[in-house]
Each structure stands twice: as C-alpha cells, then as structure tokens.
Design a protein around this ligand. Structure first.
Ligand code: UDP
Ligand code: MG
Length: 318
C-alpha cells in the first residue's frame, strides 16, 4: 500500500527531546487518516540520539533512521530525508518541537484540497533571542530584495510538499542547499498555514552564529547575483572618483597651490581602497568557492547505516 505521508525529522544532538518528539508525532499522525512513516535523519550526532531512535525503530515499523557518517548540516539532512521518503506527501519538521506537530493535520487538509506546497508561516516566535529574531527578520527582507525567487517571508523549513515537488527537488543536485528557496523556485500551487513557533522543548539551538552565517550566505548566493553586481558598481564609482581626484591633484601641481606633504591622507585613502578591494574579493570568493564545490561532484552526504527500511516494499532502492 502506498504511503500517504512521510515525515522527515533532521536531528543533531537531540537526545533530550527526541523521544518526546516521536511520541507527539506518532499521536498526531495516528489521527491523520494517512498511512505514514517517520524518517529520522541523524546528522552526525555525538550523543545518544541515534541509540534512542534505533530503539524506537525496533518497536515501531513506521519509523526509519538514516545515519550520516558525520555532521553534514541541517539542509543536507532534509535533502537526504527527501531522497528516502516514499510518501505521496512529505512533511519536514524540526526535532525540537518548536514547530507544533498538530499543525501537520492542517497541512494535510490543505494538501487534500489540492495544494502542492503548504508552508508554515511563523506568526510569533517564542523563546528565541532578540538577536535571532531581528537578524532573521532582516535576512528574509534582504533576501526578498535580492532575489527574483518568491520566498515567503518568515517561513522556515516546516512545510508539506507533494510527491511531485519532492521529485523536482531531488533532481536539483546543488551542494550548497537552501531548501526553502528551492521550494519557492520550484513553484507549484502554494499556500500557507499560520502557527506560533514554540520554545525549544529541551536542549540548546544547534545553529551557532557560524552556521547561521553560512546558511544566510547560501540563501543569498544560491538565488542572487546582486552581490557581484554591487561589487562592480562599487568598483565603478570608486575608480571614477579616484580619477576625479587625480585631476584635482594634477591641478594643484600645475597651479603650484601649496602642496603640503600629506602622509595621513595617503594612508587613509590607501586603507579605504584596500578595504573595499578586499571586501569585493571576498564577495567573488564566496561565489568561486561555491562554483568549486559544485564542480567537485562529491555526493551531498554519506550514509553510514539505514535502519527500519527493510520490511517496506515502498523503498525498493532503500
Ligand atoms: N540540525 C541538523 N544539523 C545541524 C544543525 C541542526 O540536523 O547541523 C537540526 C536540529 O537537530 C533541529 C533542526 O535542524 O532539528 C533545527 O535546528 P535548531 O532547532 O537547533 O535551530 P533553531 O530552531 O535554533 O534555528
Ligand atoms: Mg529549533
């Protein structure tokens, strides 16, 4: 029998929450009138997350576990889940219960009405730092300005996608993945359900500033060439103004207007221009690095072990 809904849960060191997450997801999905599977993707956790989920797999045939060989990142974990999902609809949800599983039922209703993407829009975010809320808000506005792709404001990866959308995403082999952008890019009939983002059930965020910055850079560079254009505009304006300044200097010399030896101004100009040049080189570097990643053609992730796929004929290749 085909599976109606696959739920993908990426996990990185979530030992404190994962049992609860499973229980709540199970309760919700049992009411959903769909045959379902829960796919937990262990993104290289170094705690007991995998052990706990393995134990669950042994007693619940609807649960599957994909073990990465190391930490590959949240977006890659989601992508791996999609590769293994057998459902007609696919739901992506965080492991920390910030996205309430009950909302999945509303998403499924919309899906049955014929929508192919149902994303969760966060009306409120509880228990997150002001810094995170402010930077997230700025990021989504900036992203909206910089890209042509329609990426809805204030949505995370908590969403339902139809099998058709999942197949499209599986075909996109880019390495620096920004899944919510790719879903927007794919199009299809989209709608939203609104929800309040809860506090983390337990544990701390697995997105330190370093990962947040990388995530933001992926989002912008995967969908926009504007930073490169800004680089060339800035370069143009600067070289034009230095040209003008050159004339000023020459005029001063010809008219023999008291040329004061200006050490400070030379140093200041030097620092300024070098700073700009280095910054623009950095922008180029971001793109070249990503081009390099794509050309290496390494797999997106490495699976160390799969648990719970063996009794299910929907996973022929699994
Ligand atoms: N996560 C992951 N790999 C990582 C970082 C995070 O799979 O390298 C998972 C994490 O376990 C959680 C989800 O991604 O299920 C979102 O992470 P988190 O809740 O820490 O982020 P936040 O909600 O603070 O933005
Ligand atoms: Mg979270």
């Amino acid at each position: 029998m085909p599976i109606g809904c696959s739920v993908i849960v990426p996990m990185f060191n979530e030992e404190e929450v994962i049992e609860h997450t499973y229980n709540r997801l199970k309760r919700v999905m049992d009411c959903s009138e769909e045959d379902y599977e829960l796919i937990f993707v262990n993104d290289g956790s170094v705690d007991r997350t995998a052990e706990i989920v393995e134990a669950i797999c042994r007693r619940d045939p609807k649960v599957r576990l994909i073990q990465f060989s190391r930490n590959f990142g949240h977006q890659i974990a989601i992508s791996a889940g999609m590769d293994y999902a057998a459902g007609q609809s696919i739901v992506i949800i965080d492991a920390d219960l910030q996205d309430p599983p009950e909302v999945i039922l509303e998403m499924l209703d919309k899906w049955r009405e014929g929508y192919e993407v149902v994303y969760g829009k966060r009306m409120k975010r509880k228990g997150e730092t002001v810094f995170k809320k402010v930077t997230a808000k700025m990021f989504y506005r900036l992203l909206g300005k910089m890209t042509q792709v329609d990426i809805p404001l204030d949505t995370g990866d908590f969403r339902l996608i139809d099998r058709k959308v999942c197949d499209v995403l599986k075909g996109l082999k880019e390495k620096n993945r920004f899944v919510r952008g790719l879903v927007g890019w794919a199009g299809f009939r989209q709608t939203r359900v609104e929800y309040v983002r809860e506090e983390r059930f337990a544990g701390v965020t697995k997105y330190p500033l370093r990962k947040m910055l990388r995530f933001a850079a992926d989002g912008i560079t995967s969908f926009s060439h504007k930073p490169l254009k800004i680089a060339s505009y800035v370069g143009f304006v600067l070289s034009f103004s230095s040209f003008v300044y050159l004339f000023v200097v020459l005029l001063q010399k010809w008219l023999e207007l008291g040329m004061v030896p200006g050490w400070a101004s030379i140093v200041a100009i030097n620092l300024f221009f070098n700073g700009i040049v280095l910054m623009l080189l950095g922008v180029m570097g971001e793109y070249i690095g990503r081009i390099y990643d794509e050309t290496k053609d390494r797999p997106l992730y490495i699976v160390r072990e799969k648990v719970g796929f063996e009794y299910d004929d929907n996973h022929v290749s699994g």
